[in-house]
Design a binder for this molecule. Structure first.
Ligand SMILES: Cc1ncc(COP(=O)(O)O)c(C=O)c1O
Length: 410
């Protein structure tokens, strides 16, 4: 069970059944969280929001005061974010950028390109020359980190063979190209590495330290100034313990030591999940409760075609049950007989599991369920059109209490 903010709880209970399922976002809670994250970070650490976590314009705008810029990973995200939060600095990352995407990024005046390969560097150089534009870039590098920092990550994107970033063995040749006059339209600003998702503060700090050490070594070898090091996102969100949050205070203190040791360096982070996950709920109602071979299942309106997060990560989505005492129908009301119920969606696949074994002793059809931690990698990663069920509603609550203070973990 999770704690709902009062604003979300009231809103979910006020919606008519035929307006469910719905995504409900508490923007006041998002702002409060973002303000706390910003306050925990030292001054010389820039915070970019990774828009892929949740690119809803209301979310991008609500974060505006607390972030220094936005990280985008496709031409589509680039155009969308430029429009939603005009004038804000953008970093354009992602493997497999097409020439058309790069040209449009140059046209839109993107401040930073995260260059992911030698080929991409050549394309960017030529398109910048043609546009007579100066392109600022960071080299995304797939660094091996020496200790066990990535062992516990939920999704490693670096430190092992992957399609992301440059192999470190290519970095010296690339820096030579960028410093010997070959590519006058390109300006090397620094190094970028996003190595994993799902890391807690101590591992994140170890990774950040490794990236900075590697980047300063590269700069020293080539006698160039690398002014910026982006150490990526990937701060953990614990779906099994939704009350525990990434320890931003410890992380900020560690980054502060790192910036103190490198006074000429601007550090940057680009979290997505740990910024947006907590502000969103996927709310729905129980349609049916049934017994099957000794277990109980509640089928809810909607499912993983709207909220794919539990299917893709293989977890049980944390949720709150909101009992509804009225039953307006003439037919009998299905109700759970056992203490634990598995919550599934309406899809014709056994993979449409939202949460297994939820403690919900008297769950009935018509009760409401609010799935928490649905503010990131939820709607936007889901396969909406499968089975052609209606789309959910979207509600952005601008006011409302932020909910109880959450303890920190890790
Ligand atoms: C390059 C890059 N930066 C940042 C992020 C954001 O990661 P997270 O949402 O885990 O913080 C991702 C996620 O895949 C990414 O690929």
């Amino acid at each position: 069970m999770t704690v709902l903010t009062p604003a979300v709880r009231d809103h979910v209970l006020s919606l008519p059944a035929d307006e469910l399922p719905a995504y409900v976002y508490d923007l006041a809670a998002l702002r409060e969280h973002a303000a706390a994250v910003r306050a925990a970070l030292p001054e010389r650490v820039e915070l970019y929001y990774a828009a892929k976590a949740n690119p809803e314009p209301e979310i991008l705008a609500a974060l505006g005061r607390y972030v220094d810029g936005y990280e985008v990973s496709s031409g589509g995200e680039l155009a969308h974010v430029r429009k939603a939060v005009p004038g804000r600095p953008l970093a354009f990352g992602g493997p497999g950028k097409t020439p058309a995407e790069i040209a449009s990024a140059l046209e839109l005046g993107v401040e930073r390109f995260h260059v992911e390969s030698v080929h991409e560097l050549h394309v960017l150089a030529e398109l910048a020359r043609r546009a007579d534009a100066k392109a600022g870039l960071l080299l995304r590098v797939n660094l091996a980190v020496s200790d066990d920092s990535l062992v516990d990550s939920s999704l490693a994107m670096g430190g092992r063979p992957t399609p992301f970033g440059l192999d470190p063995t290519d970095a010296d040749a690339v820096v030579r190209l960028l410093t010997d006059g070959t590519y006058p339209h390109l300006e090397l600003r620094g190094v970028h590495a996003h190595l994993a998702s799902g890391l807690r503060a101590p591992e994140q700090l170890a990774v950040a330290g490794s990236i900075v050490t590697w980047a300063t070594g590269l700069a020293a070898r080539h006698r160039v100034r690398l002014a910026e090091v982006n150490v990526g996102g990937g701060m953990t969100v614990d779906y099994a313990a939704p009350g525990l949050r990434f320890d931003w205070a410890a992380y900020g203190a560690g980054l502060s030591r790192l910036t103190a040791a490198h006074p000429d360096l601007t550090l940057r982070i680009e979290p997505g999940r740990a910024m947006a996950a907590y502000c969103g709920w996927y709310a729905t109602e129980v349609l049916d409760v049934k017994h099957s071979h000794g277990e109980e299942f509640a089928v809810v309106r909607g499912g993983t075609h709207h909220l794919r997060t539990p299917a893709t990560k293989g977890h049980d989505q944390p949720c709150s049950i909101l009992p509804v005492d009225t039953w307006p129908h003439p037919w009998p009301r299905p109700a759970a007989q056992q203490d634990r119920v598995t919550l599934t969606g309406q899809l014709c696949t056994p993979k449409d599991l939202l949460a297994r074994g939820v403690p919900a002793p008297r769950l009935r059809a018509g009760d409401r369920v609010a799935f928490a931690l649905a503010g990131a990698y939820a709607w936007n990663i889901s396969h909406h059109d499968f089975l052609m069920h209606p789309r959910p509603g979207f509600h952005f609550l601008a006011r409302g209490g932020p909910g109880p203070h959450a303890p920190t973990a890790g």
